[in-house]
Design a protein around this ligand. Structure first.
Ligand SMILES: NC(=O)c1ccc[n+]([C@@H]2O[C@H](COP(=O)([O-])OP(=O)(O)OC[C@H]3O[C@@H](n4cnc5c(N)ncnc54)[C@H](OP(=O)(O)O)[C@@H]3O)[C@@H](O)[C@H]2O)c1
Length: 308
């Protein structure tokens, strides 16, 4: 598994990581999660992403791979009310309480990265939320404060000296942050995690999408339709059932400033497939250029923002 430098953290992370949202929101059973996470770790994946607000996700990660804690970079998110944590959203108290709750749920004494979970630019500028994460860092509970979000907010976050890691949407159907964030992240040596890296598998018929993904993936399905993009345009065989997810992941990994792409999955077969796609590396430059051109052609005025 290829590893990339994770900004100025001093860590190196696998290009494929695990996104812990669907195991929580889709209530995936423990045996399945155990299989997914052990297969990933056994094959060199070393970044696991979760959040205080993904129901049961942190607990499930602790139950299934807690005994292998030294083998992965653990990322969680906080900032808004979750069961057991009261207070004003983005306040110091709520953030510090949420850090403690995540440490309990994850049965660990440290989070490698704690991200502010998609607050707006004004919250970042006010400073209290970032200062709260710095306090948690100084108390030894969080190694690196970070921010998860998009557009102007993530571009601003990447300029703050306290922020070592950002997480942002980058995919075939979500390209705004490539221009808005990546050069700034590089300049400030901030680690970049790509969220929604295969565009929520939006090439699927929405009626076949599970649970919350039905509506969540819809804007990406519409964008892909407008782009008129097909894997055959970049050299995949029309009948290749792996073409869409492979093209999607390899596109996201084609940007060297992206340290890790965290795919969310509840399916061990997809885990094995994703490991293979990651091993195939970046797409050739001409394929990346075609996918970039299809996006620009469908959105000539740059009206499609990064979707959180
Ligand atoms: N605001 C935020 O901070 C924020 C927002 C969104 C996401 N995130 C993080 O980013 C992670 C990834 O984003 P995401 O889960 O929304 O989107 P994603 O990873 O782009 O797509 C997930 C979807 O793709 C499917 N899938 C996975 N591998 C596949 C394959 N090989 N072939 C076909 N379908 C495949 C999954 O279905 P199966 O279960 O069937 O595999 C799932 O429905 C999240 O889990 C979360 O950790 C953070």
């Amino acid at each position: 598994m290829e590893k990339r430098r994770f900004g100025r953290t001093g860590l190196w992370v696998s290009v494929l990581g695990f996104g812990g949202a669907p195991i929580g929101f889709l209530k995936t059973d423990r045996e399945r999660v155990s299989k997914i996470l052990s297969t990933l770790l056994d094959n060199g994946v070393n970044l696991i992403d979760t959040a205080a607000s993904y129901p049961g996700s942190e607990e499930m990660i602790a139950e299934t791979i807690g005994s292998r804690r030294d083998q992965y970079v653990l990322v969680s998110k906080c900032g808004q009310k979750v069961p057991g944590v009261e207070g004003t959203d983005w306040s110091e108290k709520l953030i510090l309480d949420s850090v403690d709750r995540s440490l309990r749920n994850l049965k660990t004494d440290r989070l490698d990265v704690m991200l502010l979970h998609s607050c707006g630019l004004e919250v970042l500028e006010r400073g209290e939320a970032i200062a709260a994460l710095v306090k948690a860092r100084d108390a030894g509970k969080v190694r690196f404060p970070g921010y998860s979000g998009d557009n102007e907010a993530v571009a601003y976050a990447a300029t703050r000296r306290e922020i070592a890691v950002v997480e942002t949407s980058i995919s075939i159907a979500d390209q705004a942050n490539i221009e808005k964030l990546l050069p700034i992240a590089q300049q400030n040596d901030v680690g970049v995690i790509a969220k929604r890296p295969i565009a929520n598998a939006a090439w699927k018929d929405p009626s076949n999408q599970p649970g919350m993904y039905k509506s969540y993936s819809q804007p990406y399905t519409e964008r892909l339709e407008k782009m008129g993009l097909q894997p055959a345009d970049v050299g995949y065989a029309a009948a290749d059932s792996h073409a869409w997810p492979e093209m999607a992941l390899r596109f996201t990994l084609s940007f060297p400033q992206v340290s890790c792409a965290i795919i969310g999955t509840t399916n061990p077969d997809n885990v094995r497939a994703n490991l293979q796609y990651a091993a195939n590396g970046a797409l050739p430059a001409d394929a990346v250029a075609k996918i970039r051109a299809a996006f620009k052609h469908a959105d000539p005025t740059g009206a499609w923002p990064g979707l959180t």
